[in-house]
Design a protein around this ligand. Structure first.
Ligand code: GLA
Length: 708
């Protein structure tokens, strides 16, 4: 072992001559989790199953780490390459492992492998966040051969799981049903695949986040669980390959129709896969991931979010300057801080008055906004509100000036009739002119004075993958090159407009993934804002994403009582999508009370720890609580979905010894005060005896503050 100093950081480099391969062991470790590797006598890299498999067991070929296709490996490979000479097999041997301390508690481990018969270098990268038991994993493949090689499969990660009793929880759900159907199933021999082939977003059906549990079906406070979440906003594949002896979790870009040619000296870097470990169930797993996300997974994770009013549900496409400006004062009076103007503000030759026309023509519509966006944004600011804007930069309607001028700029297959979704097409971001056009469109919009917030939408996916820019033998690059160009655009936007907050949206929750979220402040989880649906939906999203990133708007979907709708929105990033001029006085008062209460507790719900207490999928009620980092304050939410007894909710995570005074926030009109109102109890008493909420009937809610 050699110890070398590199750029002021300590790097440990372990190099092995082939003769020393036998029984060489090393780990990538966090506080309570480790990935254990071993170099076999054949020089290949093997892995011990996560969760503590017997380290003395014989190394089987099925336990190969990052397995490669061919040369004896007959199961699902992580890497499949066609070499320059046509050989379809790869056989990687271990070279070295290096460790670098990125910052305190964050260590990068790089395992270098190479194929002795070919000039091919593969590096497995692991960035471990020690305290939070988070490991980000990705792979770099470098072609040093004399000709191009073709990557047929190139997973980010190929974790080895124990052979038996492994459960997978994953989330299916079409538009307006995102995350609503969690499915838990045992992994059995064969290959279980979660994937999408949508190109420009990861999800319309299957979310790229899941949970693996090693002690039966997962539960909140016990059992070993491992969350997986792929940082990729395009077609993905997570294959759980159970060959009877071992299970590999192979996650990465979807190899479907994505053969990628790598020229000599080129490097392919896979997206990152996030793994989060907990030996104490889903609750601890989520809290660790939320804490990591606030630091590394999203923008400005330590800043509170403004109360937002959106006009989409209120006006749809039917508005002009005055109709929007008339919403500002009532919004301000209610306590709103930020106004978001949605779709419908642009297009002149083909005005965007419905979803049939105008996408791509990002000039303000002259009859709706005669002097452009700036006066409207200024009017909002004058009223005391910030101003935000909707955009969908990647799309075009055939009925647009852009399409008339550049029909070849869209993703389409030659000789096939154009297929529209929501009357629109996807612009081909692999084309440099399109990259420039989208960057300019975004800059023009965000450079309008007083615009400090934007919603970035993406309302269709790819159904006819073809690019008139890419060469015929590079058509299969479209899937990957599109997403990488998209990230370059998002990165540029975030860097050029560091003070502009961004919401990530894709026809609802089509792009809820950590690949895109790092450029955004929050995401739109679903167009479905019925609060009875949002309770289970937000519960499921919270396995992976901090509630401060989950935009939750009060609307009239489902026609639920205003108090219930407001209470649900208060448990995530609060917003509204209502015509305030049409609200009854009683509903206005409920909204004003909710906004005032939200402002009081938003530091706790944003930066505190989330405890999921009563599962709304299983009970007549859903309940959660948040505890501030110093444990001096907490907030309990109870959401009644069906009639049922108002038995106490038992909050978790409180300081047993601390005193908490109980106060129901913005109580629903006409309901009796809760029995513990105004009284003080210790944390241990509250966790043991519970707090009785004021709700007992369907669509009632109770939000209770525990203060010190
Ligand atoms: C998508 C979004 C909605 C709204 C519309 C506008 O459906 O999810 O919130 O912005 O587009 O066309």
């Amino acid at each position: 072992m050699k110890l070398i100093r590199c750029f002021g950081l300590v790097v440990i480099l372990i190099c092995f001559a082939p003769a020393l391969f036998a029984a060489t062991k090393f780990s990538v470790a966090t506080k309570t989790f480790s990935l254990n590797f071993e170099v076999g006598s054949d020089g290949r890299l093997y892995q011990r199953a996560v969760g503590g498999a017997d380290a003395n067991e014989k190394l089987l070929r099925t336990a190969e780490s990052y397995p490669q296709a061919g040369d004896g490996y007959v199961w699902e490979p992580a890497l499949q390459i066609v070499h320059a000479d046509g050989n379809t097999s790869t056989a990687l041997a271990f070279d070295s492992v290096t460790r670098t301390n990125d910052e305190f508690g964050r260590e990068l481990t790089q395992i270098k492998l190479h194929d002795p018969a070919y000039a091919l270098e593969v590096t497995l990268n692991f960035r471990a966040d020690r305290e939070r038991d988070v490991i980000e994993q990705w792979t770099e493949i470098v072609n040093h051969e004399s000709g191009a090689i073709t990557l047929e499969r190139m997973a980010s990660s190929a974790l080895l799981l124990p052979p038996k009793n492994v459960y997978l929880t994953h989330f299916f759900g079409d538009w307006a049903k995102e995350m609503l159907s969690p499915i838990t199933e045992q992994i059995t021999p064969g290959t279980k695949v979660l994937d999408s082939k949508l190109g420009v977003r990861a999800d319309q059906f299957q979310n790229p986040s899941f949970v693996i549990s090693l002690d039966g079906a997962p539960s909140e406070n016990s059992g070993r669980v491992l969350a997986g979440s792929l940082e990729w906003s395009g077609s993905f594949e997570c294959a759980f390959d159970d060959n009877g002896e071992n299970i590999h979790a192979l996650c990465g870009v979807n190899p479907f129709a994505s053969a990628y040619h790598l020229n000599p000296s080129e490097t392919f870097t896979t997206p990152k896969m996030i793994w989060v470990w907990s030996a104490n169930g889903l609750g601890e797993m989520s809290r660790k991931l939320h804490s990591w996300a606030r630091d590394y997974g999203m923008r400005d994770g330590h800043k509170t979010r403004a109360v937002l009013l959106n006009n989409w549900e209120a006006t749809g496409f039917d508005f002009d300057f005055n109709r929007i400006a008339n919403l500002f004062q009532p919004a301000k009076d209610l306590g709103v801080e930020l106004f978001l103007l949605d779709d419908g503000w642009f297009g002149n030759k083909y005005p965007r008055v419905n979803d049939h026309a105008g996408l791509g023509d990002w000039q303000p519509n002259k009859s709706r906004l005669p002097d452009g966006l700036a006066p409207l944004a200024a009017a909002a600011v004058k009223t005391g509100l910030r101003f935000g804007i909707w955009m969908e930069p990647e799309m075009v309607n055939p009925k647009s000036e852009l399409f008339e001028q550049h029909p070849d700029w869209v993703i389409r297959e030659p000789k096939r009739e154009l297929e529209l979704q929501r009357n629109q097409l996807v612009l081909d971001l692999t084309r440099p002119e399109v990259q420039q056009f989208e960057a300019d469109s975004i800059s023009n919009i965000l450079n309008v004075p007083d615009i400090t917030y934007a919603k970035w939408d993406c309302n269709r996916y790819v159904t006819q993958p073809g690019s008139s820019y890419l060469a015929p033998d590079r058509q299969s690059h479209l899937w990957i090159d599109y997403v990488n160009a998209l990230y370059a655009l998002m990165d540029k936007t975030a860097k050029t407009f560091p003070d502009t907050e961004l919401m990530l949206c894709s026809g609802g929750g089509g792009r809820v993934d950590y690949g895109a979220l790092k450029y955004f402040h929050e995401f739109w989880p679903s167009d479905n804002t019925d609060p009875t649906q949002r309770v289970p939906m937000q519960w499921d999203y919270s396995y992976f994403f901090p509630p401060m990133a989950i935009a939750s708007h009060v609307t009239h979907w489902g026609n639920r009582p205003m108090h219930f709708a407001c209470s649900v929105a208060m448990s995530a990033r609060f917003g509204m999508d209502l015509d305030l001029n049409k609200l009854s006085a009683e509903d206005k008062a409920i909204c004003a009370g909710a906004i005032a209460a939200y402002k009081e507790i938003r530091d706790v719900t944003a930066f505190g720890d989330l405890y999921r207490v009563e599962n709304p999928h299983e009970n007549y009620r859903g309940a959660i609580d948040f505890v501030s980092p110093d444990k001096t304050r907490a907030v309990v939410f109870a959401f009644q979905l069906k009639d049922g007894e108002n038995v106490p909710v038992h909050p978790q995570g409180l300081d047993p010894a601390k005193n908490y005074t109980i106060h129901e926030l913005n109580p629903a009109p006409g309901r009796a005060p809760i029995p513990q109102e105004g009284k003080t109890f210790t944390g241990i008493e509250l966790m043991r005896d519970g707090i009785t909420p004021s709700c007992s009937k369907a669509v009632e809610a109770s939000v209770i503050e525990l203060g010190s």
